[in-house]
Design a binder for this molecule. Structure first.
Ligand code: ADP
Length: 722
């Protein structure tokens, strides 16, 4: 009996050996079921070693092999690479690839009914209704037809017996219709055609090739990468194409655009899928039948059979970094995955990350630029509103200049967008009587007032409570006061200013779920909203033709983050928001309120000088050896008491191995020092660029004995410093 080394999708350090019973067809990559402890689990064969179970060795046996085609060698290498790079257990990474219950089984089947065209001998009113319903739903189950017709299922089965309906057994999870790579796209502008040609030639040449597609919003990046997708479809009938998008950008409109361009809907993968949809998408991806898959960051871990092209759209977006469990950056791993698949990868953005730009300049990535918006559309004019001179009234947030511009747009029947990246009414609630700032229980974070729901909410843990009448500390009545602005408060101010305007709020609170989001977007598109007040949710890809004014309420907050990328992120967000104005034929204006109009970031925004901004950023980072000029890792510990976490942190600090040029800073209390009663400490590890920091962290991690009440997390290339 041969021996199979099997990896289970749980956090174990390595694969285990199992015997393969005679006649069972097991190869590297086979999806199998095997006993582990007292249970039997799904797992993947990592390799098949030797033909014989050695003398005196007793191994448990593989119990079952699934019909799903084996996981590709490139995928298994990718899982091993990710585990090593992120200092995670390979099984924990594999678990991310197997997250679709039922995907390994064939599709469940159901009985459906279609019309035969025959009229039954005996016709009743109920039968007539059922036949109408069967025609409308065709094909559908008896219960679905009965429900639609308001009859019993017996009427439907009766019609089948009478020969008026035909019974069929079909798969519940249908195969996705294949996309068409021959369909022509839009006629490209010269600049777009040049970029598209380069991509198409690279597809034809084959092999690993990373690209940065760098073009302002609306310059046609999507149209250009559509050509690369089409070329990949034409070149290889088996190649799969993955498009990664931030979760929030995965709208129906985007999916519809793919459907229109390639004549069939793409295979979706995001958190909004039902279990049935997930299992279908997973199965089709694993069998290699899904050709175009469009998904959020976790779609990178689907076990594709053969990836020909990966596109990471909005590559600078912070949501590509996963912060829980296996901590990874989907953009960086996408490049590695493409390399292992010998595939092409395109990173697209209007505001690429500094890391990506640096990779372009060093020649590691080929850079394609799109500078113009097609047609007449121009980028909006940008004005900085100096809040030191153009000061809003006390307790108000709209400067006279911005308020006037909003009134002007309303009078002209045009739309305005006010941007403030703060949910709720006020980010802080204090007691006027005792000065207490209300905090979330067991967490070092202030409560945000939400007037709309009448609640105080913690944005870190999700805790919420009804707004109390009295101060919980001193008991004073009517003494609680919201401090600072949130989108609800700015909307309130706009309502007082322009009572006739139709004003709505767009944030993750008002747009829970796709339905509500679509509702707001559609009302805005239809011109049924005059003023939209929103958080960063408004910055993404929506096209509002009558939007000619964007007002940024407070450009300075984001800058104060104190983390390495605060400036860069603010620049990206603000230029994206500003880019929402005037996408149609009207150029529009973006007014940015700031106390620091002379700062380099604001000046760069004013001049549209992204490269100038990046040049300053990179100089700052190069000076202190920060990424991409040096490497960073973080180690985060937590325990139920400050004493426990401090003792543990000191033990760990003493174990840090020596590494050439590696500096270990900490332990220090994390900025979010308590969350849900757990006390947190951080180490920051800095190393020269060419250091294998993952190997260093793994060797350190091996020395640590983690007490049962403590938790530890390694974050290579950290983006969050809280
Ligand atoms: P980006 O991805 O850079 O934001 P898109 O590809 O979404 O840009 O293009 C923005 C809008 O302009 C889309 O509605 C797109 O269909 C349209 N567009 C882009 N290029 C062309 C073109 N060559 N001809 C016609 N319409 C175009």
């Amino acid at each position: 009996m041969p021996v199979a080394r099997i990896l289970f999708p749980i956090a174990l350090p390595e694969p285990f050996d199992y015997a393969v019973p005679d006649g069972m067809d097991v190869v590297a990559g086979s999806y199998v079921m095997a006993p582990l402890g007292k249970t039997v689990r799904n797992a993947v064969v990592w390799e098949v070693v030797g033909d014989e179970v050695g003398e005196g060795r007793t191994l448990k046996a593989v119990e079952h092999v699934y019909d799903t085609p084996p996981m590709s060698a490139a995928m298994r290498k990718f899982i091993d690479f990710t585990a090593r790079y992120t200092v995670a257990a390979p099984g924990a990474v594999l678990a991310m690839a197997l997250r679709a219950r039922g995907g390994l089984q064939p599709s469940p089947r159901e009985t459906v009914y279609t019309l035969t065209g025959q009229t039954p001998d005996r016709m009743t009113e109920a039968r007539a209704r059922a036949l109408d319903a069967a025609q409308a739903l065709c094909p559908a189950s008896a219960s679905a037809i009965a429900q639609e017709a308001g009859t019993s299922s017996a009427v439907v089965t009766g019609l089948a017996k009478a020969g008026a309906l035909e019974v069929k057994r079909v798969d519940i999870d249908a195969v996705f219709a294949p996309p068409n790579g021959e369909q022509a796209g839009k006629t490209l502008t010269d600049e777009q055609a040049l970029a598209a040609d380069t991509l198409v030639k690279s597809v034809e040449a084959g092999g690993f090739a990373p690209f940065l597609l760098d073009g302002v919003t609306g310059s046609g990046k999507t149209e250009v990468y559509f050509e690369a997708i089409a070329a990949t479809l034409r070149k290889d009938p088996d190649a799969q194409i993955l498009i990664l998008l931030p979760e929030i950008a995965l709208t129906q409109a985007v999916l519809a655009r793919f459907t229109e361009r390639f004549g069939a809907p793409p295979t979706p993968w995001h958190s909004g899928l039902s279990q049935k949809e997930r299992r279908r998408s997973w199965r089709e991806a694993a069998h290699g039948r899904a050709r175009i898959i469009i998904g959020a960051r976790s779609a990178l871990f689907l076990p594709y059979q053969k990836l020909g092209l990966i596109i990471v759209d909005e590559e600078h977006d912070g949501s590509y970094k996963q912060e829980d469990g296996v901590v990874y950056h989907a953009r960086d791993l996408a490049v590695m995955r493409a390399k292992l698949e010998a595939a092409m990868v395109i990173l697209a953005s209007a505001t690429p990350a500094l890391e990506t730009v640096a990779n372009g300049e060093s020649g590691r990535y080929s850079v394609l630029k799109l500078s113009a918006r097609p047609g007449a559309a121009r980028l909006p004019d940008i004005e900085l509103v100096d809040l030191k001179r153009d000061t809003p009234e006390r307790g108000k947030w709209l400067s006279p200049t911005l308020a006037e511009a909003m009134a002007d747009r309303l009078a002209r029947g045009e739309q305005s967008l006010l941007f403030l990246n703060r949910r709720g009414y006020a980010p802080l609630v204090i007691c006027k009587s005792c000065g207490e700032r209300l905090k979330s229980p067991g967490t070092d974070s202030w409560l945000t007032e939400h007037r709309y729901t009448g609640r105080l909410v913690c944005h870190v843990t999700g805790y919420s409570m009804a707004r109390p009448d009295k101060c919980p500390l001193c008991g004073a009545a009517d003494s609680l006061m919201g401090v600072g602005p949130g989108v609800e408060r700015v909307a309130e101010e706009a309502r007082v200013l322009l009572p006739d305007a139709r004003i709505e709020i767009f944030s993750s609170d008002t747009a829970r779920g796709g339905e509500a989001t679509r509702g707001i977007v559609e009302r805005m598109e239809a011109g049924e909203i005059d003023i939209l007040v929103g958080t960063q949710i408004v910055a993404k890809g929506h096209n509002f033709p009558k939007l000619t004014l964007v007002g940024v309420i407070d450009a300075d907050t984001g800058m104060k983050g104190g983390d390495l990328r605060a400036g860069e992120r603010t620049y990206q967000l603000l230029s994206q928001v500003a880019g929402r104005a005037g996408r149609a034929d009207d150029p529009g204006t973006a007014m940015i309120q700031t106390f620091a109009p002379e700062s380099p970031a604001m000046q760069a925004l004013l001049l549209g000088d992204r490269d100038g901004f990046l040049a300053i950023e990179r100089e700052n980072r190069a000076m202190v050896g920060m990424p991409p000029f040096g490497r960073l890792a973080a180690l985060i510990l937590s325990a139920p008491s400050p004493e426990a976490v401090d003792t543990f942190a000191q033990e760990i600090a003493a174990l840090a191995p020596h590494g050439e040029g590696i500096d270990v800073f900490g332990p220090a209390p994390a900025p979010l020092s308590v969350v849900r009663g757990r006390h947190r400490r951080r180490f920051l590890i800095q190393a020269p660029r060419n250091t294998d920091l993952s190997a260093y962290m793994a060797s350190w991690r091996k020395l640590m004995k983690v007490p049962s009440n403590a938790r530890i997390s390694v974050d290579i290339d950290p983006y969050s410093f809280v």
